[in-house]
Design a protein around this ligand. Structure first.
Ligand code: SF4
Length: 423
């Protein structure tokens, strides 16, 4: 089928040096996809009228699952019958998004026969997003996908598809096996993922080191970030090679002939000022190191994370929907991630019970913590308050103590304070 709608405004989006989604959709329309041709027509109409023409689809899905399909219909189906139904299927991506070509072909074969052929690789949660199916095709697509070993991901007020960075598969800095953790959580919490039963959505994201390549600290209710609790490993010979300009700073990211100034580029930029360099030997006071990765990023052949590895767990990040955007707060500064992750899962169960019990409709766990207080949350999770649970680095604790928890009471504290600040 040729392009059947005139799209002068969309055509503008094909100009310039960038890839254009309009060109991609036109290619599919020319290959005979009615849904793609009508999608362009409807979008052009929306641009012209400055009005969306999708209506949310109510409840559509597949048998036994409460999520994984997002319903959508056109409100002008008489003009654009190819997108009368335009449901989205979320397909659970493999951990770290590694695919074999033959496995991708399986999905595309099913999707080209039964859907629009358009795919978003990947949705921001991580799933492969198959865009544009008719209601009567949903069950057959689901049956064919699952028969090949694929599954739908999460949607609605459920656990969303867990996602992770490339981890130990490709990154020497990964302190935890992100893929195994991702797979383990996905398998353990199938019920929570496919049967929405919570106040709102919940996301796990797993990064192997504090560089946090999946931006879990900003995008997931529960962020699992690999770290270490022993010392940074130092190769002093390689330090000398960086100092002498034989090795390029930052893996050559700033050009191979850039000589590293260890004092200015590394020590002076260490956020805790815990490093020193006398021109020969690099020293680190590891007790003060916050594991920010700056020095390791700058001198990857000289410095490496320690070997006693585990994860830091942060809770409460979210994008701005009800309240503003929020970053995660450290709740578990260090947890070993081993033995099927039983300790971590025990913590997760307590956290979910509290949120399920207390959360209002469409309230993320981070917002609930803000509303009821961090102390209520850590009590529900059987944790003790510790200095790492802070709102801003090295300041502003948001744990409040009750009077009977302060030896001598508040009055003694106030008297001490007045004495210390007397003029
Ligand atoms: Fe300093 Fe960060 Fe290196 Fe630790 S990881 S020594 S805090 S620069």
């Amino acid at each position: 089928m040729a392009i059947k709608h005139q799209t002068p405004m969309l055509d503008e989006l094909e100009k310039g040096p960038w890839p254009s989604f309009v060109t991609d959709i036109k290619q599919m329309a020319e290959a005979g996809k009615d849904a793609c041709a009508d999608l362009l027509g409807q979008l052009e109409l929306s641009y012209k009228e400055k009005e969306g023409h999708w209506k949310h689809g109510g409840i559509v899905g597949v048998l036994g699952y409460g999520g994984g399909v997002i319903g959508r219909y056109s409100d002008v189906p008489e003009l654009f019958p190819g997108v009368e139904h335009f449901h989205t299927l979320r397909v659970n991506q493999p951990a770290s998004k590694f695919y074999k070509t033959e496995r991708l072909r399986e999905v595309m074969d099913i999707w080209n026969r039964r859907g629009s052929g358009m795919v978003n690789m990947h949705g921001s949660t991580g799933d492969m997003v198959l865009l544009g199916a008719f209601t009567e095709e949903l069950e057959p697509i689901f049956a064919e996908l699952t028969q090949k070993g694929w599954d739908l991901g999460g949607s609605g007020s459920a656990l969303r598809t867990p996602s992770c960075c490339v981890g130990k598969a490709r990154c020497e800095w990964s302190c935890i096996d992100t893929q195994d953790i991702c797979y383990s959580l996905t398998q353990e919490y199938q019920d929570e993922m496919h049967r929405p039963a919570w106040p709102y959505k919940f996301k796990f994201k797993i990064s192997g080191c504090p560089n946090d390549c999946v931006a879990s600290i900003a995008r997931s209710d529960c962020s699992i970030i690999g770290t270490w609790r022993d010392n940074i490993r130092i190769d002093q010979k390689a330090v000398a090679a960086y100092a002498g300009g034989e090795l390029a700073a930052n893996g050559g990211a700033h050009g191979t002939d850039t000589k590293l100034d260890i004092q200015a580029d590394v020590c002076d930029l260490c956020p805790t000022q815990c490093m020193s360099f006398d021109g020969k030997e690099l020293k680190i006071n590891d007790a003060e190191c916050t594991r920010c990765m700056h020095c390791i990023n700058m001198m990857p052949q000289a410095l490496r994370p320690g070997t006693d590895t585990g994860a830091t767990v942060l809770i409460g990040a979210k994008a701005p929907i009800l309240e503003g955007a929020q970053m995660g707060s450290v709740i578990l500064p260090f947890i070993k991630m081993e033995d099927g992750y039983d300790d971590f899962k025990e913590f997760v169960d307590k956290m979910w019970d509290w949120w399920d019990e207390n959360g209002k409709n469409r309230e993320r766990i981070g917002e609930l913590i803000q509303r009821l207080g961090l102390s209520a949350f850590i009590k529900a999770c059987d944790l003790d308050p510790i200095p790492q649970m802070i709102k801003e680095p090295r300041s502003n604790p948001y744990i409040f103590y009750k009077e009977d928890e302060v030896p001598g009471g508040f009055e003694r504290d106030i008297a001490d304070y007045r004495k210390r600040h007397a003029r």
